[in-house]
Design a protein around this ligand. Structure first.
Ligand SMILES: NC(=O)c1ccc[n+]([C@@H]2O[C@H](COP(=O)([O-])OP(=O)(O)OC[C@H]3O[C@@H](n4cnc5c(N)ncnc54)[C@H](OP(=O)(O)O)[C@@H]3O)[C@@H](O)[C@H]2O)c1
Length: 348
């Protein structure tokens, strides 16, 4: 199979670096170009990426010269642009390239909730990719934008999917989010070391709105959102990678801990592309798991771990802990998985 050429918008940042690492040796995709801000343009990637991952920077990427986003249209044989840009500039840039014919697989929140933009976790709602045709038709574009959810919303929503069969009434969630989720410049070390910061800009809004779209059903050319409410409280903690979430789910009727455990254990999907983990949800039986240090790399960072399943004090309530890697399952890995499914299903 001939490899598909791809580029990364925002290649030098926290998520961009993950893309570079994860695309190294990918069986279907070949990294063709790296794009970043004027600060980096014209310089070799190794000179401008403040590489902080515990893996060697891939040699080929290290020698690539970072390009300006104005150059994208000159690289005609790129099929997919992965976007890891700040929200402030992503909207205009992503639309421009989708219009010009590229498949834009975006990590950015700006377009996620637009009705004709698929917001996809393939193990849950790959059928929502049908919105691509709606989007192209409505906007008159040759390409399209598809998105993956917010890094905390992915972890929560994957864990909720197997529980949908019991009728979810409402969800409360409290997050403990890693510093890599704030980007490379991120939170100053003086603010986060020995501390917890109980505020992450716009994060609670995303947690409270994205799961219902992802768990919604495609009816004709639109998504009918799932109807339960989510109430979120989001916190930054001094962990490098991996978001941990305490989740309380209130069901329509009584559900036992054993039923919830079985639902997690039995969860399977038909997504079998290279980045799809063997198990999207892993049940941790030990009483002090999941933990970011022990569990974030499960399934090469693409599995979500769940544990501490127990009955809550409120009526029909179960509580548990969910944990996932924020820059892999929550960002770059999610975007790559989405692109694999696009390729497998003939969208690119
Ligand atoms: N970190 C996470 O866990 C995570 C998870 C899910 C989604 N996201 C989303 O992914 C996006 C990127 O996040 P991040 O954490 O990787 O941010 P980051 O570390 O701050 O990286 C930002 C990237 O965008 C580039 N950039 C900044 N301004 C630019 C401009 N005016 N023109 C062109 N390129 C520009 C930067 O290039 P220079 O180095 O040249 O400045 C850098 O490559 C954000 O929208 C974020 O919300 C992040």
């Amino acid at each position: 199979m001939k490899k598909i050429k791809v580029g990364i918008l925002g290649a030098t940042g926290s998520v961009g670096q993950r893309f570079v690492q994860l695309l190294d040796g990918h069986p279907w995709f070949e990294l063709e170009a790296l794009f970043a801000s004027e600060r980096s343009v014209g310089k070799k990637y190794k000179e401008v990426a403040k590489w902080f991952l515990p893996y060697k920077m891939p040699d080929e990427a290290a020698e690539m010269v970072v390009k300006s986003m104005d150059d994208v249209s000159e690289i005609r044989d790129i099929a997919v642009l992965f976007s890891a840009l700040p929200g402030t500039i992503a909207s205009e840039v992503e639309k421009r390239y989708a219009q010009a014919g590229y498949a834009v697989s975006s990590n950015v929140s700006v377009h996620r909730m637009e009705p004709d933009v698929p917001l996809v976790i393939p193990e849950i709602n790959a059928d929502h990719l049908a919105l691509i045709a709606v989007q192209k038709e409505k906007r008159g574009w040759d390409g399209f934008i598809m998105t993956n959810p917010n890094c905390s919303a992915i972890v929560l929503t994957l864990s909720l999917k197997p529980l949908m069969r019991y009728g979810i009434k409402e969800v409360r969630v409290s997050t403990m989010q890693a510093v890599s989720g704030a980007g490379y410049a991120g939170v100053p070390s003086m603010a986060i070391l020995d501390n917890v910061i109980p505020f992450i800009g716009n994060e609670e809004d995303k947690m409270e709105s994205e799961p219902q779209k992802i768990l919604g059903t495609l009816e004709g050319s639109e998504i009918k959102n799932a109807t339960f409410n989510v109430c979120a409280s989001c916190h930054r903690v001094p962990v490098m990678d991996g978001h941990t979430e305490a989740v309380w789910v209130k069901f329509e009727e009584s559900v036992s801990e054993e039923e919830v455990k079985k639902a997690f254990m039995d969860f399977t999907t038909d997504i079998k592309t290279p980045f799809a983990p063997e198990k999207a949800i892993i049940l941790r039986e030990e009483q002090d798991r999941p933990q970011p240090k022990l569990d974030r790399d499960a399934g090469k960072g693409m599995s979500v771990s769940v544990g501490r399943i127990r009955r809550g004090r409120m009526e029909n309530e179960i509580k548990y802990i969910a944990q996932g890697h924020n820059t892999i399952r929550g960002a770059a890995g999610a975007s790559i998985l989405n692109a694999e499914v696009l390729l497998e299903r003939g969208y690119i």
